[in-house]
Design a protein around this ligand. Structure first.
Ligand SMILES: *[C@@H]1O[C@H](CO)[C@@H](O)[C@H](O)[C@H]1NC(C)=O
Ligand SMILES: *[C@@H]1O[C@H](CO)[C@@H](O)[C@H](O)[C@H]1NC(C)=O
Ligand SMILES: *[C@@H]1O[C@H](CO)[C@@H](O)[C@H](O)[C@H]1NC(C)=O
Length: 490
Protein backbone atom coordinates (compact mmCIF):
# COMPACT_ATOMS: atom_id res chain seq x y z
CA UNK A 1 0.00 0.00 0.00
CA UNK A 2 2.62 2.47 1.17
CA UNK A 3 4.76 1.63 -1.76
CA UNK A 4 1.90 2.13 -4.16
CA UNK A 5 1.16 5.51 -2.64
CA UNK A 6 4.79 6.51 -2.96
CA UNK A 7 4.76 5.39 -6.54
CA UNK A 8 1.58 7.37 -7.20
CA UNK A 9 3.14 10.47 -5.63
CA UNK A 10 6.22 10.03 -7.75
CA UNK A 11 4.09 9.68 -10.84
CA UNK A 12 2.15 12.80 -9.96
CA UNK A 13 5.40 14.70 -9.43
CA UNK A 14 6.71 13.45 -12.77
CA UNK A 15 3.47 14.51 -14.41
CA UNK A 16 3.77 17.98 -12.88
CA UNK A 17 7.30 18.33 -14.25
CA UNK A 18 6.07 17.19 -17.64
CA UNK A 19 3.31 19.77 -17.60
CA UNK A 20 5.80 22.46 -16.67
CA UNK A 21 8.11 21.46 -19.49
CA UNK A 22 5.28 20.94 -21.99
CA UNK A 23 3.44 23.39 -24.16
CA UNK A 24 1.08 25.96 -22.73
CA UNK A 25 -2.46 24.68 -22.29
CA UNK A 26 -4.59 25.07 -25.38
CA UNK A 27 -1.59 25.39 -27.69
CA UNK A 28 -1.83 23.69 -31.05
CA UNK A 29 0.01 23.74 -34.36
CA UNK A 30 -1.00 23.64 -38.00
CA UNK A 31 0.34 20.65 -39.90
CA UNK A 32 0.61 21.45 -43.58
CA UNK A 33 2.13 18.94 -45.99
CA UNK A 34 2.72 20.86 -49.23
CA UNK A 35 6.31 19.72 -49.40
CA UNK A 36 8.33 17.82 -51.99
CA UNK A 37 9.63 15.59 -49.16
CA UNK A 38 7.17 15.74 -46.28
CA UNK A 39 8.35 14.33 -42.96
CA UNK A 40 6.78 10.92 -42.33
CA UNK A 41 3.54 11.36 -40.36
CA UNK A 42 4.82 9.13 -37.56
CA UNK A 43 7.86 11.36 -37.17
CA UNK A 44 5.64 14.45 -37.03
CA UNK A 45 3.30 12.99 -34.41
CA UNK A 46 6.28 11.96 -32.28
CA UNK A 47 7.65 15.48 -32.73
CA UNK A 48 4.37 16.92 -31.41
CA UNK A 49 4.41 14.58 -28.44
CA UNK A 50 8.07 15.21 -27.64
CA UNK A 51 7.32 18.93 -27.52
CA UNK A 52 4.18 18.57 -25.42
CA UNK A 53 1.91 19.83 -28.22
CA UNK A 54 -1.54 18.33 -27.70
CA UNK A 55 -3.54 19.88 -30.52
CA UNK A 56 -3.08 19.86 -34.26
CA UNK A 57 -4.95 21.38 -37.18
CA UNK A 58 -4.87 19.62 -40.54
CA UNK A 59 -5.76 20.98 -43.97
CA UNK A 60 -7.16 17.75 -45.38
CA UNK A 61 -7.71 14.19 -44.23
CA UNK A 62 -4.50 12.36 -44.97
CA UNK A 63 -4.86 8.69 -44.14
CA UNK A 64 -1.24 8.30 -43.00
CA UNK A 65 -1.55 11.32 -40.74
CA UNK A 66 -4.78 9.98 -39.24
CA UNK A 67 -3.15 6.60 -38.73
CA UNK A 68 -0.19 8.19 -36.97
CA UNK A 69 -2.51 10.32 -34.82
CA UNK A 70 -4.65 7.36 -33.78
CA UNK A 71 -4.09 6.52 -30.14
CA UNK A 72 -1.74 9.50 -29.67
CA UNK A 73 -4.26 11.50 -27.65
CA UNK A 74 -3.44 14.58 -29.75
CA UNK A 75 -6.66 16.53 -30.42
CA UNK A 76 -7.40 17.20 -34.05
CA UNK A 77 -9.11 19.85 -36.12
CA UNK A 78 -9.87 18.17 -39.44
CA UNK A 79 -10.49 20.24 -42.52
CA UNK A 80 -12.54 20.28 -45.68
CA UNK A 81 -10.65 21.98 -48.52
CA UNK A 82 -12.35 24.87 -50.33
CA UNK A 83 -12.74 22.86 -53.52
CA UNK A 84 -15.19 20.51 -51.78
CA UNK A 85 -17.42 23.26 -50.39
CA UNK A 86 -19.69 23.53 -53.40
CA UNK A 87 -20.53 19.83 -53.41
CA UNK A 88 -21.10 19.67 -49.68
CA UNK A 89 -23.19 22.84 -49.75
CA UNK A 90 -25.49 21.51 -52.42
CA UNK A 91 -26.03 18.02 -51.06
CA UNK A 92 -26.63 17.05 -47.44
CA UNK A 93 -25.96 13.45 -48.46
CA UNK A 94 -22.42 14.44 -49.52
CA UNK A 95 -21.95 16.07 -46.11
CA UNK A 96 -23.16 12.94 -44.33
CA UNK A 97 -20.83 10.87 -46.45
CA UNK A 98 -17.88 13.14 -45.65
CA UNK A 99 -18.61 12.85 -41.94
CA UNK A 100 -18.88 9.08 -42.22
CA UNK A 101 -15.59 8.66 -44.08
CA UNK A 102 -13.54 11.29 -42.28
CA UNK A 103 -14.96 11.55 -38.78
CA UNK A 104 -16.96 8.48 -37.80
CA UNK A 105 -14.38 6.10 -39.17
CA UNK A 106 -11.69 7.38 -36.80
CA UNK A 107 -13.95 8.27 -33.88
CA UNK A 108 -13.63 5.45 -31.35
CA UNK A 109 -11.65 4.59 -28.26
CA UNK A 110 -8.01 4.40 -29.37
CA UNK A 111 -8.80 6.21 -32.60
CA UNK A 112 -8.34 9.90 -33.39
CA UNK A 113 -9.59 12.53 -30.93
CA UNK A 114 -11.45 14.81 -33.34
CA UNK A 115 -12.63 18.07 -31.80
CA UNK A 116 -13.45 20.27 -34.76
CA UNK A 117 -14.11 20.17 -38.47
CA UNK A 118 -12.80 23.22 -40.30
CA UNK A 119 -15.17 23.87 -43.19
CA UNK A 120 -13.00 25.48 -45.86
CA UNK A 121 -9.82 27.46 -45.39
CA UNK A 122 -10.18 31.25 -45.41
CA UNK A 123 -13.00 30.97 -48.00
CA UNK A 124 -13.87 34.68 -47.84
CA UNK A 125 -10.33 35.85 -48.54
CA UNK A 126 -10.61 39.03 -50.60
CA UNK A 127 -8.26 37.54 -53.19
CA UNK A 128 -10.87 34.82 -53.95
CA UNK A 129 -13.26 37.45 -55.35
CA UNK A 130 -16.28 35.96 -53.63
CA UNK A 131 -15.87 32.51 -55.23
CA UNK A 132 -16.98 30.74 -52.03
CA UNK A 133 -19.40 33.37 -50.82
CA UNK A 134 -22.57 31.39 -51.52
CA UNK A 135 -21.35 27.90 -50.62
CA UNK A 136 -19.52 28.31 -47.32
CA UNK A 137 -22.46 28.76 -44.95
CA UNK A 138 -24.60 25.99 -46.51
CA UNK A 139 -21.56 23.67 -46.32
CA UNK A 140 -21.04 24.58 -42.66
CA UNK A 141 -24.71 23.91 -41.95
CA UNK A 142 -24.70 20.57 -43.75
CA UNK A 143 -21.57 19.41 -41.95
CA UNK A 144 -22.72 20.42 -38.46
CA UNK A 145 -26.12 18.88 -39.11
CA UNK A 146 -24.43 15.68 -40.30
CA UNK A 147 -22.30 15.67 -37.13
CA UNK A 148 -25.45 16.18 -35.05
CA UNK A 149 -27.27 13.40 -36.91
CA UNK A 150 -24.30 11.09 -36.36
CA UNK A 151 -24.64 11.70 -32.63
CA UNK A 152 -21.26 13.45 -32.21
CA UNK A 153 -22.38 17.06 -32.60
CA UNK A 154 -22.16 17.74 -28.88
CA UNK A 155 -18.41 17.14 -28.85
CA UNK A 156 -17.34 17.75 -32.46
CA UNK A 157 -18.03 21.25 -33.76
CA UNK A 158 -17.86 22.57 -37.29
CA UNK A 159 -16.28 26.00 -37.72
CA UNK A 160 -14.88 28.07 -40.60
CA UNK A 161 -11.29 29.34 -40.31
CA UNK A 162 -11.45 32.87 -41.68
CA UNK A 163 -8.71 35.29 -42.50
CA UNK A 164 -8.81 38.46 -40.43
CA UNK A 165 -9.59 40.28 -43.68
CA UNK A 166 -13.27 39.46 -43.08
CA UNK A 167 -13.21 42.42 -40.72
CA UNK A 168 -9.81 43.98 -40.54
CA UNK A 169 -9.01 47.07 -42.49
CA UNK A 170 -7.42 50.12 -40.94
CA UNK A 171 -9.51 52.31 -43.25
CA UNK A 172 -12.80 50.73 -42.21
CA UNK A 173 -11.89 50.05 -38.59
CA UNK A 174 -9.65 52.86 -37.31
CA UNK A 175 -9.92 51.51 -33.74
CA UNK A 176 -10.81 47.99 -32.53
CA UNK A 177 -14.10 49.00 -30.95
CA UNK A 178 -15.31 50.14 -34.38
CA UNK A 179 -14.87 46.59 -35.75
CA UNK A 180 -17.47 45.42 -38.27
CA UNK A 181 -17.48 42.66 -40.85
CA UNK A 182 -16.67 43.66 -44.43
CA UNK A 183 -19.72 45.23 -46.04
CA UNK A 184 -20.14 42.78 -48.94
CA UNK A 185 -20.11 39.75 -46.60
CA UNK A 186 -21.83 41.25 -43.57
CA UNK A 187 -25.07 39.42 -44.32
CA UNK A 188 -23.53 35.99 -44.63
CA UNK A 189 -21.20 36.63 -41.66
CA UNK A 190 -24.19 37.53 -39.48
CA UNK A 191 -25.99 34.33 -40.46
CA UNK A 192 -22.84 32.28 -39.93
CA UNK A 193 -22.26 33.70 -36.45
CA UNK A 194 -25.86 32.95 -35.51
CA UNK A 195 -25.53 29.38 -36.76
CA UNK A 196 -22.26 28.87 -34.85
CA UNK A 197 -23.87 30.25 -31.71
CA UNK A 198 -26.87 27.96 -32.02
CA UNK A 199 -24.55 24.97 -32.20
CA UNK A 200 -22.20 26.23 -29.44
CA UNK A 201 -19.37 26.22 -31.99
CA UNK A 202 -16.44 28.65 -31.92
CA UNK A 203 -15.48 31.38 -34.38
CA UNK A 204 -12.06 30.65 -35.92
CA UNK A 205 -9.79 33.42 -37.16
CA UNK A 206 -6.26 33.58 -38.55
CA UNK A 207 -4.22 36.57 -37.37
CA UNK A 208 -0.90 37.54 -38.96
CA UNK A 209 0.99 40.51 -37.53
CA UNK A 210 3.80 39.65 -39.98
CA UNK A 211 1.47 40.41 -42.88
CA UNK A 212 0.58 43.80 -41.41
CA UNK A 213 4.26 44.59 -41.58
CA UNK A 214 4.81 42.98 -44.98
CA UNK A 215 1.90 44.75 -46.66
CA UNK A 216 2.54 48.24 -45.31
CA UNK A 217 5.94 49.90 -45.47
CA UNK A 218 4.81 52.48 -42.93
CA UNK A 219 3.67 49.95 -40.37
CA UNK A 220 5.52 50.54 -37.08
CA UNK A 221 7.79 47.51 -36.56
CA UNK A 222 7.39 47.34 -32.78
CA UNK A 223 3.59 47.25 -33.08
CA UNK A 224 3.92 43.79 -34.67
CA UNK A 225 5.49 42.41 -31.47
CA UNK A 226 4.44 42.12 -27.84
CA UNK A 227 7.20 43.95 -26.00
CA UNK A 228 5.31 47.19 -25.71
CA UNK A 229 7.83 49.40 -27.51
CA UNK A 230 5.32 50.84 -29.97
CA UNK A 231 3.36 54.07 -29.66
CA UNK A 232 -0.01 52.81 -28.42
CA UNK A 233 -3.24 53.14 -30.38
CA UNK A 234 -5.76 54.91 -28.16
CA UNK A 235 -9.25 53.44 -28.49
CA UNK A 236 -11.43 55.69 -26.32
CA UNK A 237 -8.97 55.38 -23.47
CA UNK A 238 -8.05 51.72 -24.05
CA UNK A 239 -4.40 51.55 -25.08
CA UNK A 240 -3.33 48.97 -27.67
CA UNK A 241 0.40 48.29 -27.82
CA UNK A 242 0.38 45.51 -30.42
CA UNK A 243 -1.51 44.69 -33.60
CA UNK A 244 -2.45 41.20 -32.41
CA UNK A 245 -4.62 42.50 -29.57
CA UNK A 246 -6.03 45.23 -31.78
CA UNK A 247 -6.89 42.71 -34.47
CA UNK A 248 -8.47 40.24 -32.03
CA UNK A 249 -10.56 42.95 -30.37
CA UNK A 250 -11.72 44.23 -33.75
CA UNK A 251 -13.26 40.80 -34.19
CA UNK A 252 -14.79 40.93 -30.71
CA UNK A 253 -16.44 44.23 -31.68
CA UNK A 254 -17.65 42.82 -35.01
CA UNK A 255 -19.17 39.83 -33.18
CA UNK A 256 -20.76 42.14 -30.61
CA UNK A 257 -22.29 44.19 -33.42
CA UNK A 258 -24.16 41.09 -34.62
CA UNK A 259 -25.27 40.19 -31.10
CA UNK A 260 -22.59 37.66 -30.10
CA UNK A 261 -19.82 39.58 -28.36
CA UNK A 262 -19.20 36.61 -26.11
CA UNK A 263 -18.76 33.92 -28.77
CA UNK A 264 -15.70 31.72 -28.14
CA UNK A 265 -12.85 32.53 -30.55
CA UNK A 266 -10.15 30.12 -31.69
CA UNK A 267 -7.03 31.55 -33.30
CA UNK A 268 -6.66 29.05 -36.13
CA UNK A 269 -3.32 30.32 -37.41
CA UNK A 270 -0.71 32.66 -36.03
CA UNK A 271 3.02 32.65 -36.66
CA UNK A 272 6.07 34.30 -38.16
CA UNK A 273 8.08 33.11 -41.17
CA UNK A 274 11.88 32.95 -41.13
CA UNK A 275 12.95 33.53 -44.73
CA UNK A 276 11.84 35.00 -48.03
CA UNK A 277 11.47 38.64 -46.91
CA UNK A 278 13.51 41.20 -45.02
CA UNK A 279 11.11 40.92 -42.07
CA UNK A 280 10.97 37.15 -42.25
CA UNK A 281 13.88 36.11 -40.11
CA UNK A 282 14.55 33.83 -37.18
CA UNK A 283 15.33 36.66 -34.75
CA UNK A 284 11.93 38.28 -35.37
CA UNK A 285 10.16 34.92 -35.22
CA UNK A 286 11.86 34.26 -31.90
CA UNK A 287 10.79 37.66 -30.59
CA UNK A 288 7.22 37.24 -31.80
CA UNK A 289 6.69 33.74 -30.40
CA UNK A 290 8.36 34.65 -27.12
CA UNK A 291 5.80 37.39 -26.58
CA UNK A 292 2.87 35.35 -27.85
CA UNK A 293 3.65 32.23 -25.82
CA UNK A 294 4.13 34.16 -22.58
CA UNK A 295 0.74 35.78 -22.85
CA UNK A 296 -0.95 32.54 -23.86
CA UNK A 297 0.55 30.74 -20.86
CA UNK A 298 -0.60 33.54 -18.57
CA UNK A 299 -4.11 33.53 -20.11
CA UNK A 300 -3.69 37.28 -20.36
CA UNK A 301 -6.34 37.83 -23.00
CA UNK A 302 -6.89 41.18 -24.70
CA UNK A 303 -8.37 44.48 -23.47
CA UNK A 304 -11.84 43.44 -24.69
CA UNK A 305 -11.50 39.96 -23.20
CA UNK A 306 -9.01 40.14 -20.35
CA UNK A 307 -7.83 37.05 -18.46
CA UNK A 308 -9.30 34.69 -21.01
CA UNK A 309 -7.84 31.50 -22.30
CA UNK A 310 -7.65 31.37 -26.10
CA UNK A 311 -7.12 28.12 -27.97
CA UNK A 312 -4.35 28.99 -30.43
CA UNK A 313 -2.76 27.11 -33.34
CA UNK A 314 0.70 28.16 -34.43
CA UNK A 315 1.44 28.20 -38.14
CA UNK A 316 3.06 25.86 -38.72
CA UNK A 317 5.09 22.79 -37.82
CA UNK A 318 7.51 22.55 -40.73
CA UNK A 319 8.49 24.48 -43.85
CA UNK A 320 6.63 23.53 -47.03
CA UNK A 321 8.66 23.91 -50.23
CA UNK A 322 5.66 23.36 -52.51
CA UNK A 323 3.39 26.08 -51.15
CA UNK A 324 2.26 28.70 -53.60
CA UNK A 325 4.40 31.82 -53.38
CA UNK A 326 1.63 33.97 -54.75
CA UNK A 327 1.24 35.69 -51.33
CA UNK A 328 5.03 36.15 -51.14
CA UNK A 329 8.34 34.27 -51.01
CA UNK A 330 8.02 33.91 -47.21
CA UNK A 331 5.14 31.47 -47.75
CA UNK A 332 7.44 28.43 -47.76
CA UNK A 333 9.15 29.33 -44.49
CA UNK A 334 6.48 29.35 -41.79
CA UNK A 335 7.71 26.29 -39.88
CA UNK A 336 8.83 26.49 -36.27
CA UNK A 337 10.93 23.57 -37.54
CA UNK A 338 12.90 23.36 -40.78
CA UNK A 339 11.78 20.95 -43.52
CA UNK A 340 13.70 18.19 -41.71
CA UNK A 341 12.22 18.76 -38.25
CA UNK A 342 15.23 20.66 -36.85
CA UNK A 343 14.30 23.68 -34.70
CA UNK A 344 15.14 27.05 -36.26
CA UNK A 345 15.38 29.19 -33.15
CA UNK A 346 15.03 29.03 -29.39
CA UNK A 347 11.44 28.69 -28.27
CA UNK A 348 9.80 27.99 -24.93
CA UNK A 349 6.40 26.49 -25.65
CA UNK A 350 5.52 26.51 -21.95
CA UNK A 351 5.46 30.30 -22.20
CA UNK A 352 7.83 30.80 -19.30
CA UNK A 353 10.32 32.61 -21.48
CA UNK A 354 13.25 30.43 -20.45
CA UNK A 355 16.25 31.81 -22.33
CA UNK A 356 17.86 28.40 -22.89
CA UNK A 357 14.66 26.63 -23.99
CA UNK A 358 14.83 24.80 -27.29
CA UNK A 359 12.36 22.65 -29.17
CA UNK A 360 12.98 18.92 -29.28
CA UNK A 361 14.12 18.02 -32.83
CA UNK A 362 12.47 15.32 -34.94
CA UNK A 363 13.71 11.80 -34.33
CA UNK A 364 14.64 9.14 -36.86
CA UNK A 365 14.83 11.43 -39.89
CA UNK A 366 16.70 9.82 -42.80
CA UNK A 367 18.64 12.06 -45.17
CA UNK A 368 19.72 11.49 -48.76
CA UNK A 369 23.48 11.11 -49.22
CA UNK A 370 25.77 14.10 -48.56
CA UNK A 371 25.86 15.09 -52.21
CA UNK A 372 25.11 18.50 -53.63
CA UNK A 373 24.70 19.72 -57.17
CA UNK A 374 26.71 22.76 -58.19
CA UNK A 375 27.78 24.74 -61.23
CA UNK A 376 30.34 22.80 -63.26
CA UNK A 377 33.61 24.74 -62.90
CA UNK A 378 34.62 23.53 -66.39
CA UNK A 379 31.51 24.81 -68.13
CA UNK A 380 32.51 26.96 -71.10
CA UNK A 381 31.90 30.69 -71.16
CA UNK A 382 29.96 30.20 -74.30
CA UNK A 383 27.57 27.62 -72.83
CA UNK A 384 27.13 29.69 -69.70
CA UNK A 385 26.18 32.71 -71.75
CA UNK A 386 23.78 30.77 -73.94
CA UNK A 387 22.14 28.42 -71.44
CA UNK A 388 22.56 29.49 -67.84
CA UNK A 389 19.58 31.85 -67.51
CA UNK A 390 17.11 29.34 -68.92
CA UNK A 391 18.52 26.50 -66.82
CA UNK A 392 18.25 28.49 -63.61
CA UNK A 393 14.69 29.44 -64.51
CA UNK A 394 13.84 25.81 -65.11
CA UNK A 395 15.42 24.68 -61.83
CA UNK A 396 13.71 27.39 -59.83
CA UNK A 397 10.28 26.86 -61.36
CA UNK A 398 10.46 23.23 -60.22
CA UNK A 399 12.18 23.71 -56.88
CA UNK A 400 12.29 26.26 -54.09
CA UNK A 401 14.63 29.20 -54.74
CA UNK A 402 12.79 31.68 -52.51
CA UNK A 403 15.83 32.13 -50.27
CA UNK A 404 17.69 33.84 -53.16
CA UNK A 405 15.50 36.91 -53.24
CA UNK A 406 15.97 40.33 -51.69
CA UNK A 407 16.11 40.23 -47.88
CA UNK A 408 16.44 36.43 -47.81
CA UNK A 409 19.16 34.19 -46.40
CA UNK A 410 20.89 33.45 -49.72
CA UNK A 411 20.56 36.87 -51.30
CA UNK A 412 23.74 38.60 -52.39
CA UNK A 413 25.61 35.66 -53.88
CA UNK A 414 27.23 36.12 -57.26
CA UNK A 415 25.72 34.66 -60.43
CA UNK A 416 27.69 31.42 -59.98
CA UNK A 417 26.45 31.04 -56.41
CA UNK A 418 22.90 31.62 -57.60
CA UNK A 419 23.29 28.98 -60.29
CA UNK A 420 24.69 26.40 -57.89
CA UNK A 421 21.93 27.13 -55.42
CA UNK A 422 19.24 26.66 -58.05
CA UNK A 423 20.81 23.46 -59.42
CA UNK A 424 21.11 21.97 -55.94
CA UNK A 425 17.55 22.90 -55.00
CA UNK A 426 16.31 21.11 -58.11
CA UNK A 427 18.58 18.09 -57.58
CA UNK A 428 17.40 17.62 -53.98
CA UNK A 429 13.75 18.07 -54.95
CA UNK A 430 14.31 15.28 -57.48
CA UNK A 431 15.72 13.08 -54.70
CA UNK A 432 19.25 13.35 -56.12
CA UNK A 433 18.49 11.48 -59.31
CA UNK A 434 21.58 11.52 -61.58
CA UNK A 435 19.77 13.17 -64.50
CA UNK A 436 18.72 16.00 -62.20
CA UNK A 437 22.28 17.31 -61.93
CA UNK A 438 23.28 17.84 -65.52
CA UNK A 439 21.65 20.90 -67.09
CA UNK A 440 23.36 20.20 -70.43
CA UNK A 441 26.72 19.88 -68.78
CA UNK A 442 26.45 23.08 -66.72
CA UNK A 443 26.12 21.19 -63.43
CA UNK A 444 28.05 18.50 -61.56
CA UNK A 445 27.41 16.62 -58.31
CA UNK A 446 29.88 17.39 -55.54
CA UNK A 447 30.70 16.09 -52.07
CA UNK A 448 31.84 19.54 -50.95
CA UNK A 449 29.15 21.51 -49.12
CA UNK A 450 28.70 24.81 -51.01
CA UNK A 451 26.86 26.43 -48.03
CA UNK A 452 28.00 29.85 -46.86
CA UNK A 453 27.78 31.44 -43.42
CA UNK A 454 24.20 32.54 -44.00
CA UNK A 455 23.01 30.35 -46.85
CA UNK A 456 22.26 26.65 -46.46
CA UNK A 457 22.52 24.41 -49.48
CA UNK A 458 20.29 21.72 -48.05
CA UNK A 459 20.27 17.96 -48.41
CA UNK A 460 16.74 16.61 -48.70
CA UNK A 461 15.32 13.92 -46.48
CA UNK A 462 14.96 10.40 -47.76
CA UNK A 463 11.22 10.15 -47.67
CA UNK A 464 9.87 11.28 -50.98
CA UNK A 465 6.47 12.74 -51.55
CA UNK A 466 6.54 10.78 -54.81
CA UNK A 467 6.51 7.44 -52.99
CA UNK A 468 3.50 8.49 -50.95
CA UNK A 469 1.67 9.67 -54.06
CA UNK A 470 2.34 6.39 -55.83
CA UNK A 471 0.72 4.53 -52.94
CA UNK A 472 -2.16 6.94 -53.00
CA UNK A 473 -3.07 6.45 -56.64
CA UNK A 474 -2.61 2.69 -56.91
CA UNK A 475 -6.04 1.32 -55.90
CA UNK A 476 -4.70 -2.02 -54.68
CA UNK A 477 -2.04 -0.43 -52.52
CA UNK A 478 -4.55 2.08 -51.19
CA UNK A 479 -7.04 -0.65 -50.35
CA UNK A 480 -4.27 -2.57 -48.61
CA UNK A 481 -3.35 0.51 -46.63
CA UNK A 482 -6.94 1.01 -45.55
CA UNK A 483 -7.19 -2.62 -44.53
CA UNK A 484 -3.95 -2.34 -42.57
CA UNK A 485 -5.16 0.84 -40.97
CA UNK A 486 -8.42 -0.72 -39.89
CA UNK A 487 -6.53 -3.70 -38.51
CA UNK A 488 -4.15 -1.56 -36.55
CA UNK A 489 -6.96 0.59 -35.25
CA UNK A 490 -9.00 -2.36 -34.01
C1 LIG B 1 -9.73 37.83 -58.71
O1 LIG B 1 -9.76 38.96 -59.55
C2 LIG B 1 -8.48 39.45 -59.91
C3 LIG B 1 -8.64 40.75 -60.65
O2 LIG B 1 -9.83 40.80 -61.40
C4 LIG B 1 -7.77 38.38 -60.74
O3 LIG B 1 -6.48 38.81 -61.11
C5 LIG B 1 -7.65 37.11 -59.92
O4 LIG B 1 -7.10 36.07 -60.70
C6 LIG B 1 -9.03 36.66 -59.41
N1 LIG B 1 -8.81 35.57 -58.47
C7 LIG B 1 -9.60 34.50 -58.45
C8 LIG B 1 -9.24 33.44 -57.46
O5 LIG B 1 -10.56 34.36 -59.17
C1 LIG C 1 20.67 35.98 -57.82
O1 LIG C 1 19.27 35.65 -57.83
C2 LIG C 1 18.42 36.62 -57.22
C3 LIG C 1 17.02 36.07 -57.18
O2 LIG C 1 16.61 35.65 -58.43
C4 LIG C 1 18.54 37.93 -57.98
O3 LIG C 1 17.76 38.92 -57.33
C5 LIG C 1 20.00 38.38 -58.02
O4 LIG C 1 20.13 39.53 -58.80
C6 LIG C 1 20.88 37.28 -58.59
N1 LIG C 1 22.28 37.68 -58.51
C7 LIG C 1 23.09 37.70 -59.56
C8 LIG C 1 24.47 38.20 -59.32
O5 LIG C 1 22.72 37.34 -60.66
C1 LIG D 1 21.91 25.93 -41.75
O1 LIG D 1 21.83 24.60 -41.29
C2 LIG D 1 22.38 24.38 -40.02
C3 LIG D 1 22.22 22.92 -39.69
O2 LIG D 1 22.67 22.12 -40.73
C4 LIG D 1 21.70 25.24 -38.98
O3 LIG D 1 22.34 25.09 -37.73
C5 LIG D 1 21.73 26.70 -39.41
O4 LIG D 1 20.96 27.46 -38.51
C6 LIG D 1 21.18 26.87 -40.80
N1 LIG D 1 21.29 28.25 -41.24
C7 LIG D 1 20.32 28.91 -41.87
C8 LIG D 1 20.63 30.29 -42.30
O5 LIG D 1 19.24 28.39 -42.09
Amino acid sequence: MRRLEAAALLLAAAAAVLVLAGAAEGLGVNWGTQASHPLPPKVVVQLLKDNGIKKVKLFETNIDAMKALAGSGVEVMLAIPNNLLRRIAGDSGAAKDWVKRNVKRFDFDGGVVIKYVAVGNEPFLEAYNGSFMKVTLPALENIQNALNDAGVGDRIKATVPLNADVYSSPARNPVPSAGRFRAEISGVMTDMVKFLARNKAPFTVNIYPFLSLYLDDNFPLDFAFFDGGATPVNDNGVMYTNVYDANFDTLVAALAAVGHGDMPIIVGEVGWPTDGDRHAKASYAHRFYDGLLKRLAANRGTPARPNRHVETYLFGVVDEDRKSVQPGSFERHWGIFRYDGQPKFGMDLSGQGRRDATLVPAKGVQYLSRTWCALNPKASRDDLGKLLGAKIDYACSNADCTTLGYGSSCNGMDAKGNASYAFNAYYQTQSQEDEACDFQGLALPTQTDPSTATCNFTIQIATSGAAVTRLGVAPVAAALLVALLQLSLL
